[in-house]
Design a protein around this ligand. Structure first.
Ligand code: AMP
Ligand code: GLY
Length: 441
């Protein structure tokens, strides 16, 4: 079986790694990264995620059995529709389905129609009216741009002035078209991610996870793409049946009612209040990053069987998803300066020692470079023909698994200790909420 994974992050490395555990699967990655380049039975392709013609031509000429789309951007641009037209099987929703992530206003309307618990929200087409509304509601309040903004389109405003500046920035077109703004009630509690596989009819939830979005220890500082994550999140476990019924099933039923045949991952970002009530903050139309790096190492069932069952709409006939017992924790190593400006091209060492401890080292912003005279990376005595260098903000995700959270977290950090590159940064408190908790799933 030949599978083509679209994307280049830690999530795509984790997907490619899991697929390549099955000896009968040959994986291609477009474009992949340094980690996928080094995986056995995996080959990187020099194709960008938006090069639909190139990806389509490769899939046709190499008889690719399944394309798995990692990131939201190609999904929102319609990669699934494009590939389906040529008869290629694709895991990931069509452009219509991807609106659940690509338009916050559309997603909010869907949640209201499906009666899914979510924050109260109002849409404004004019800055003045939005500002008046914010004044009437008071701070804290949340201001959201409508389209995809790589996580930067949401401001949790602590003051009215902050909310007003965010509204102005949106109408000035700093995040997409700037035609309207979504103003939302500010929710408090703990955030969690529930990802589910779906074939448009049936839902199969994956283990719930909790991400650490802020750059600083103790959840302080700027928001990032995610600095670490663990699974299964004990705060969600007792709520899973309710989340499945009230959120995931309702969303899929309403999508179907709208004529949208949604096959892929439906990811609900939840806010859970101290008394255990949950509301949906957002939906995503893809696997989470770094959630996937913590979830897939616990998955027993071959991933290709599940993804193909979604695409072929026979998820209901699949046996229950099998999970390893225990827990996982993933620590993200970033380039110093991230999420602001950072340098690239730093030589990374120690990954083999980290892996030898039994951890999974998933690459995100890395690439393999030839050690030649020009880049002077290889000392003349080096036996290595290639070097691994940093090539992005989030560089690696190091996942430890174990019988409990304490073991998983300890293994992840022992492995992180083996890895070195200039100006590397990581949080030392990943899993602080669960370290001493039992795993119940
Ligand atoms: P979103 O892309 O809508 O998930 O927003 C990104 C982040 O903003 C979330 O992960 C939350 O940390 C925060 N956020 C979004 N909506 C709200 C809300 N209604 N209340 C509090 N925080 C929010
Ligand atoms: N970890 C957050 C996301 O994937 O959107």
């Amino acid at each position: 079986m030949k599978v083509l994974v679209v994307g280049s992050g830690g999530r795509e490395h984790a997907i490619a790694w899991k697929l390549s555990q099955s000896p009968q699967v040959k994986v291609f990655c477009a474009p992949g990264n340094g980690g996928t380049a080094m995986l056995e039975r995996c080959q990187n392709l020099p194709l960008s995620v938006e090069d639909f013609d190139g990806i389509g031509e490769f899939a046709r000429s190499h008889n690719i059995d399944l394309v798995v789309v990692g990131p939201e951007v190609p999904l929102a641009l319609g990669i699934t529709d494009y590939l389906q037209r040529q008869g290629t099987k694709v895991f990931g929703p069509t452009r219509a389905g991807a609106q659940i992530e690509a338009s916050k206003a559309w997603a909010k309307a869907l949640m209201q129609e499906a009666k899914i618990p979510t924050a109260k929200a109002v849409i404004f087409h004019q800055a003045a009216a939005a500002k008046d509304y914010v004044k009437s509601q008071g701070a804290p309040i949340v201001v959201k741009a409508d389209g995809l903004a790589a996580g930067k389109g949401v401001t949790v405003a602590e003051t009215i002035d902050q909310a007003h500046s965010a509204i102005e920035a949106i109408f000035q077109g700093q995040f997409g078209k700037g035609e309207f703004v979504v103003i939302e009630e500010c929710l408090t509690g703990q955030e969690a991610s529930v990802l589910a596989l779906t074939d448009g009819l049936t839902i199969r939830p994956l283990l719930p996870a909790q991400d650490h979005k802020r750059i600083g220890e103790g959840d302080t500082g700027e928001n990032t793409g995610g600095m670490g994550v663990y699974a299964p999140a004990p705060i969600v476990t007792p709520l899973m049946a309710e989340v499945e019924a009230k959120v995931l099933q309702s969303a899929i039923a309403t999508l179907k009612k709208k004529g949208i045949d949604y096959r892929g991952v439906l990811y609900a970002g939840l806010m859970i209040s101290p008394n255990g009530e949950f509301k949906v903050l957002e939906f995503n139309c893809r696997f989470g990053d770094p959630e996937t790096q913590a979830i897939l190492p616990l998955l027993e069932t071959p991933l290709e069987d599940l993804l193909l069952a979604c695409v072929e709409q026979r998820l209901a006939q699949m046996p229950p998803i099998a999970w390893k017992t225990g827990a996982s924790a993933c620590v993200v190593i970033a380039a110093g300066g991230y999420p602001g400006t950072y340098e690239k091209g730093k030589v990374i060492t120690g990954i083999d020692s980290a892996a030898a401890l039994g951890a999974n080292v998933f690459h995100a912003g890395t690439k393999l470079v030839q050690a030649n005279e020009e880049n002077l990376l290889a000392p003349s005595h080096s036996p290595l023909a290639t070097h691994l260098v940093t090539d992005g903000g989030r560089v690696l995700g190091v996942t430890g698994t174990g019988d409990n959270f304490e073991q998983a977290i300890a293994l992840a950090y022992q492995a992180v200790d083996c890895i070195k590159f200039e100006k590397m940064y990581y949080r030392r408190d990943i899993g602080y909420r669960v370290k001493s908790k039992a795993v119940n799933f």
